[in-house]
Design a protein around this ligand. Structure first.
Ligand SMILES: NC(=O)c1ccc[n+]([C@@H]2O[C@H](COP(=O)([O-])OP(=O)(O)OC[C@H]3O[C@@H](n4cnc5c(N)ncnc54)[C@H](O)[C@@H]3O)[C@@H](O)[C@H]2O)c1
Length: 338
């Protein structure tokens, strides 16, 4: 199948790309490299021993999208491109609405112009907001607590309307929980710009000596050890969920939102211990006050993914830490070396 992948050079995109190529799909990556490196794509080509096309462009640029769609004629689109930092989204909400919401509308317009009716979209568990109950199932009320989460929520609604209005359209909205880990080769992984926003890349940079210690925000939550509890999902499992979603979209109609998590959780301290075990390095940490906007616990209900996609997560926290360490220790400066 021909799959156009927006944001394919990014963290989750590059891991999904590798699996698409290994499954013999034909791929075109559409990315403006605002938060990624062409080096990731070079490495994916090496690992898959396969080639693919790359179109450098912004999803807000209708002309550039038209060129890519006109030339490649995709059967389906996986849409990763967008901005993703919760804190930054509160400082620059208009950038988030422009890139994530307007950019997604441009993409849907291009799909419509070029008669491409199958879409898999990267949404996020942040659309749920504060838990009314746990685990979050897909019927949980959607009350995102920050601009980033709201952009995902609005795009979900737009996609739902698009799929309802256009006969034969099929959209799968994947709500990711906390993606971590790296490809087992250690050649591709998460390479945040500047200080990492997410826990595991932060821990990895402490372990490798780039950062001095980890700040643990709150140790007085109502959880097993008082620190925040999250449902971490290995990026390789997450990538596999996209292939399952693409396959599902060939027979489904309309729009389905599906959680992608493991249904198990780990606390911050459990993650630190697992990482120390995997890396053989100490990860010093300091308990700090709670951070506003953080929830105590997050956990996915995963039965819908199993029922509709035939997908379940296979890898555990030890695999997540081991592969992150593989990647971080072999590439202490991410892609900015060699
Ligand atoms: N990583 C997470 O924790 C997480 C969790 C839930 C949802 N998501 C969503 O999954 C998607 C992928 O996340 P990721 O972690 O791989 O992020 P990432 O930043 O590594 O990848 C995003 C890619 O999109 C590209 N991009 C950004 N804006 C663009 C634009 N306007 N036009 C073209 N390309 C653009 C970037 O250069 C990058 O290659 C995002 O939509 C993100 O919101 C991520």
């Amino acid at each position: 199948m021909k799959v156009l992948v927006t944001g394919g050079a990014g963290y989750i995109g590059s891991h999904t790309l590798l699996q698409l190529l290994r499954e013999q799909h034909e791929v075109l990556v559409f990315d403006n490299f605002s938060n990624s490196s062409p080096e990731a794509l070079r490495r994916v080509k090496q690992l898959a021993n396969a080639d693919f096309e790359v179109c450098e462009g912004n999803i807000q640029d209708a002309g550039r999208l038209n060129e890519a769609f006109g030339h490649f004629k995709p059967d389906a689109v996986i849409h990763f491109a967008g901005l993703k930092a919760v804190g930054e989204s509160a400082e620059k909400p208009l950038d988030y609405y422009a890139q994530n919401v307007s950019g997604s509308i441009e993409l849907l317009q291009a799909m419509q112009r070029h008669d491409c009716r199958r879409l898999v979209f990267s949404s996020s568990a942040t659309v749920y907001g504060e838990a009314k109950y746990l685990p979050y199932d897909e019927h949980h009320p959607l009350q995102p607590a920050n601009p980033y989460g709201r952009t995902k929520y609005f795009v979900e609604e737009i996609i739902r309307d698009w799929a309802a209005a256009w006969q034969d359209a099929s959209a799968v909205v994947l709500r990711y929980f906390n993606p971590v880990g790296a490809d087992a080769s250690g050649r591709i992984g998460e390479d945040p710009n500047g200080i990492p926003n997410n826990l595991v890349p932060y821990i990895a940079q402490v372990a490798v000596g780039r950062l001095q210690h980890l700040g643990v925000f709150g140790a007085d939550y109502d959880t097993r050890d008082g620190t925040g509890e999250r449902d971490y999902i290995h990026v390789e499992d997450l990538a596999r969920a996209h292939l399952a979603a693409i396959a599902f979209s060939s027979t489904s109609k309309g729009c389905e939102a599906i959680n992608v998590g493991t249904g198990r959780s780990a606390t911050v301290i459990e993650m630190v211990k697992a990482f120390e075990q995997a890396s053989g390095r100490a990860v010093p940490y300091k308990i700090e006050p709670r951070r506003s906007g953080d929830v105590a616990r997050s956990l996915a209900a995963v039965d819908k993914a199993e029922r509709l996609l035939g997908w379940t997560a296979k890898l555990d926290v030890a695999d997540m830490c081991k592969t992150t360490w593989n990647w971080q220790s072999a590439n202490p400066n991410g892609y900015r070396q060699e």
